[in-house]
Design a protein around this ligand. Sequence first.
Ligand SMILES: [Zn+2]
Length: 102
Amino acid sequence: MAVEREMFLQCEVKRRRVSAKGGYEPFWKVKPIAEALVDEDTEFRCMTCGGAVKVFKRRSTEAPTAHLEHKLKSDSEHCAAGLHFLKATDGRLARPSQYPVR
Ligand SMILES: [Zn+2]
C-alpha cells in the first residue's frame, strides 16, 4: 500500500514591504509553491498552522508537482490541514504550530 503523503500546493512566503514607519517590514504572503520557487523565495511556512514545511521541487515531468509537507509530525497531527490530523479519530482540535516560523 502506498504511503500517504501530505501535498500542499500553497504556502506562505516571507516577503518585505515598505513600512509606514519607514524602512521595510516582513510579512507573510500566501502563494502557490510553484510560483514561489520561480520567484526564488527562501522562507516558507504552512499557511494553516504557521509551522515549518519541507519543499519538494519537481524534478522531472513525470515527478509529482512541486509541493510541501509539514516538517514536524506534531504539526501534521494538529494542523487543520494536516494529514495526521485529518485521519485522527479522537476528536482532537486543530491548533497552530507549537514551533511557528516567524
Ligand atoms: Zn500546518
